[in-house]
Design a protein around this ligand. Sequence first.
Ligand code: HEM
Length: 418
Amino acid sequence: MDPQQHARVDELTRDPYPLYARARRAKGLTYVPEFGAWLVARDADVREVLRRPDVFSSANAVRGGVRPSAAALAVLADGDGGSPRGRVVVTSDGLAHQRLRAPLVRGLGPARVAAALPYAAERAEALVEAFADDGRVELMEAYAMRLPGQVVGHVLGFDPADVPLVVRAGHRTEALLSRHLSEEEQVAAAHDMVALKRLLDGYVRDRYAAPRDDLCSELVTSLVQPDDAEEGEAGLLTLAQRTELVAHLNNFLLAGHLTTTALIGTAFLHLLSHPDQWRMVCADPERMIPAAIEETARFDTALQAFRRVTTRPATLAGTELPAGAELLVAFGAAGRDGARYPRPDVFDITRPAAARHLAFGLGAHACPGAQLAREQVRLTLELFIRRFPGLRIAEDGPPVAMRPTLIHRAPEALHLTW
Ligand code: HEM
């Protein structure tokens, strides 16, 4: 991609809503050259794609728009030890997908989420304590980028000391695959990604040898078939098994913390930009916090779009697609579809049907972590309402800019005061 194309993609991703609106109005699907894909923007069309995984494969779901530089790729290849790339839950289909997904659904069930909440609440209090006396905070750096990594690390059973690398490498992975970075930044990102893979490989081996009561152990033990293990040296995982498990954990981490960070950021951004609605939430948190979370997810979701590729010729919204056609399936565009939501571009936490949004997907790949994400946003809003009466966006802060990404849409920074 040349610098001009990069600038255009940046512009489109910082505010994709005008493009979505045009695509929803157009007859058939709209091809967007900047994304190299057909944009699926109407709620009904997004639902149709998600309900037909046999026709619309997830093989390319997270394909980034940017190819890293040769130097960064060399660092990454070195870190892989030349092994093949592992398949992950979000990019697999059919039976292979079900095998990878089943332990995640079990591991993120209501009991596991409930068990994680006291830890999440305690970490949230500790993060807030660190800036409570300052009278102001940059929310993204001081809080939103920290809590979800700590919580997902805890659910997996990771040492809290390893979480900063997990979070940093996650952000840098996203940046490397979707943004225009300098050579130096790309190589630094690749080194962090390799360090994270080595860390995860250590956890995989450790939990295989001595399983504990944590999700990491459950993933490792349930994904290694009994007869697979015999292929390796007695009692050891093969390189291929380790590669698959590391890729799986890596994907799980990216899905688990960056998205939740983003939703915490956008929830505060939109609620505090509408002071009347913030006052409603403060007056009746029990009823209005859940409504505020669903409306934020509908109005400005974290995961705006993932890709699909057709497995055979297909017709969608009247557009004929050959086999191998790439689609950009925009959950974020579906949330603004006037055919489903009256006044779709208005943020309104009192709207009755917000919860029917597609922000957490639908069907075979629907988000297994939705409840964990919602609970973190809930306890965060409760805590800030309790601790900071008078919370507002700092008037002397810089204007809020959104990050140029479709996969973790959030404010770059959000300066708050109270
Ligand atoms: C605000 C937060 C979140 C949002 C908006 C979100 C959104 C989504 C969406 C839209 C999908 C479907 C992707 C597709 O159809 O291709 C998805 C899948 C997934 N999410 Fe989330 N998610 C969030 C939080 C989480 C959390 C906290 C976790 C785990 C701790 C998680 C784990 C996953 C996984 C593993 C998948 C892949 C499932 C599969 O392919 O079967 N997500 N998420």
